[in-house]
Design a protein. Structure first.
Length: 258
């Protein structure tokens, strides 16, 4: 069975990920979920995977982090009273308790509650993530956080349009690190098309564009279209080859030789 994304392909996009590192563990958690469940949420299309990676790689620091770095910053200090996230209006510590976790960081009581309901639709034994937020950091749930967020926000539709800016707003609530998200998306696009992660010139030659190595609007649009035109990734199990038939005559001759 073909995988949606392999660890080796991911490393071509991110650069070398040290074996045995936290970064490798986080990356593997994401890949397990993507390869097991991605086809169920429309992620057999390479252009969608590229857009997903563009967000995940920024949110997670290329998988170096699986939870929010806590200062707290002024914004983080306000989490405690973010009733729009389902947290209480009192400063009782639920801002820190329900801080961001996962490749696309799930934040706030309502999101942990919603993820619990969604996860139990996949496996009724899924933990209560609202009561035990750190359970998000176990497999397969850690990787599934990103897929839950992606599909429940309708981001495949924006990926079909190649609209990285609107995807960024849906994920971030603003446009923080938008240029980085666009750059990671492009690296993924190039690799998924068989080029090096920064080899814009090779793609421009293949696409018969002006070869200047500059990734402007025309090149970015062509990258998106080139990926979108590829067929979906075939993740169906390959049928086993039937055992070769041995004729009665061959069996008889083998018996005589014995």
């Amino acid at each position: 069975m073909m995988q949606i994304l392999t660890f080796d392909t991911l490393q071509k996009i991110t650069g070398k990920i040290p074996k045995g590192s936290t970064q490798a563990d986080n990356a593997v958690s994401f890949l397990k979920a993507l390869n097991a469940y991605g086809s169920d949420v429309g992620l057999k299309r390479r252009h969608r995977v590229a857009c997903l990676l563009g967000q995940v790689l920024v949110e997670s620091g290329a998988f170096r982090f699986d939870r929010e770095l806590w200062g707290p910053t002024p914004a983080q200090a306000r989490y405690d009273i973010r009733t729009d996230l389902g947290n209480t209006p009192e400063r009782d510590g639920d801002g820190y308790l329900l801080r961001g976790r996962g490749p696309i960081q799930i934040t706030g009581r309502w999101n942990y509650r919603a993820f619990t309901a969604w996860a139990r639709g996949i496996d009724h034994t899924a933990p209560d993530f609202e009561a035990d937020p750190d359970a998000v950091l176990t497999d397969p749930w850690e990787g599934l956080v990103a897929l839950w967020y992606w599909t429940t926000r309708g981001l495949n539709a924006l990926a079909d349009q190649g609209d990285v800016k609107r995807i960024t707003y849906k994920v971030n609530g603003g446009y923080n690190h938008y240029a980085q998200r666009r750059d990671w998306t492009q690296r993924a696009q190039l690799v998924l098309l068989g080029h090096g992660p920064t080899d814009v010139r090779a793609f421009q030659r293949a696409a018969r564009l002006t070869v200047d190595g500059v990734s402007g609007p025309k090149t970015r649009a062509a990258l998106h279209q080139a990926l979108r035109q590829l067929p979906p990734i075939d993740v169906s199990p390959k049928p086993k080859s039937p055992a070769p038939r041995v004729s009665w005559l061959r069996r008889f001759l083998a018996f005589l030789r014995f």
